[in-house]
Structure formats: C-alpha cells, structure tokens
Write a protein that binds this ligand. Sequence first.
Ligand code: PEP
Ligand code: MN
Length: 262
Amino acid sequence: MKDLQPILLPGIDRKRPLIIAGPCSAETEEQVMNTARQLAEQGIKIFRAGIWKPRTKPGGFEGVGVEGLAWLKRVKEETGMYTATEVATERHVFEALKHGIDILWIGARTTANPFAVQEIADALKGVDIPVLIKNPVNPDLELWIGAVERIYNAGLRRLGVIHRGFSSYDKHLYRNMPQWHIPIELRRRLPNLPIFCDPSHIGGKRELVAPLCQQAMDMGFDGLIVESHCDPDCAWSDKNQQVTPEALSYILNMLVIRETTQ
Ligand code: PEP
Ligand code: MN
C-alpha cells in the first residue's frame, strides 16, 4: 500500500494528533447540535456521531437512522466542522454519501465480517472519501489488515485505522484490552497507514480516557477519536465513557506530545 494518500481535509493542519470527537450516538437534534457547538467552541474540527448503532444484544438503542444524517448536515453548516459516521452496510454508505458525510468509519463488529466489509468496499468503488477501519472485536491482526485491503482494493487511498481495543471474556480494568503490540505490529506491516486511538472504547470509563490518550501519543499514534457528549450521564449509549466537551478540551491540553521516531 505504498500509494496511500494522507487524510487531507482543507483547513485542518496536519500536526499530530488529528482529533475526531463527538457523541457515541446521535440521539436528538438538540443533543447533536449542543454537543457540536460546544466541541466547536473548544476548537474541535471533526465531529463524530453514530447514526446506526450495532448493539451486541437486541432491545437496546440501535441508532436514529437516516433522520440523524440531516442533523449532521446541520452541524457542518452551522459549525463548519467535518462530520464522520459509522457505516455497516451498502445502504449506510449510499445514505451517508448522499447527505455529505466527510469521513466514514467501519465499526469493530463489522470489521470482523469479511462479507460486510466487501459490501462496503463495493459500494465505495470510485468514491474518494477517507475511511477509517476499526480493529475487529477479537484480537485478529490478519482480519484487521484484510479489511483494510478490501477497502484499498476498491480503489480508496485515504485510509486509516482505529485501535479500539479487543474484547476478552474475563473482566479487566479496561472494557476492551489495549494489547498495544497488535496495533504496533500493524504499523510495522503498514507503516504509511495513519493510526488513531479510540480511548473511549478501550477504557470504557471516563477516567481512563486521559491516560489512554497519553499512551497513544507516547506510542506515536497519528490521532484520537474520543466520545464526547453534552450530558454524558444521560447518554443513550456508552454513557460511562463519554466526557463533556470541556473535559475533553482539558484532556487534550494536558497531553504531552513528544516527537516520536516510531
Ligand atoms: C462506536 O464508535 O460508538 C462504536 C460502536 O465502536 P466499536 O465499533 O469500536 O465498538
Ligand atoms: Mn460508543
């Protein structure tokens, strides 16, 4: 993958880290707009929100669906932020593109399914949009790289990966074990692929977000994707791990960014 291109977005300087932040899920137009305005005030330039939420078990909140894409469009128009959302099917891709989403990501449950990734890759043929591929829920590096290859083979060149930790049966401090050696091995194999860290899904608790962000920076990660909500305790999904935009800004300002040699 020597011809990968940087995830260049006009107006965003390329100094490390590239930050993507926003709620786990788009819940209501008001929650999306409040969170987005507060994040924009803190200088965040790329807004994330899940529109379609793959839940482990049925019965939970599965996302607002297409209706939420109009809210993201409003975020873009009113705050000037770029928008990012998760896609898991061909229809999600078409709808996201139709509504002007700027960055797509593939979730951990989807990366684990080659048919789903191929369907997304086919739907993206001929499209030039940044795509970030989360690691699969299980610690399978080849499956992760295989998903990247499927998107690459569809002709996309603005790619990146997101380390969001790996599930394990036993209970641990982390919601998903970081197993840092796996993303580091991925970077050794694909050195020009930007690598992001998702401290929210690794930690599962808000107090772990700051140390995980720092660890990712110390390991030379290129960016962070962090869940941030205007009222985290009332979030409809992943409430324990979301931080307010103000807390996020504090966390980011405290980060020590050293030059890394990788
Ligand atoms: C998310 O980003 O909200 C999400 C569902 O993450 P993951 O696919 O990493 O579980
Ligand atoms: Mn989440």
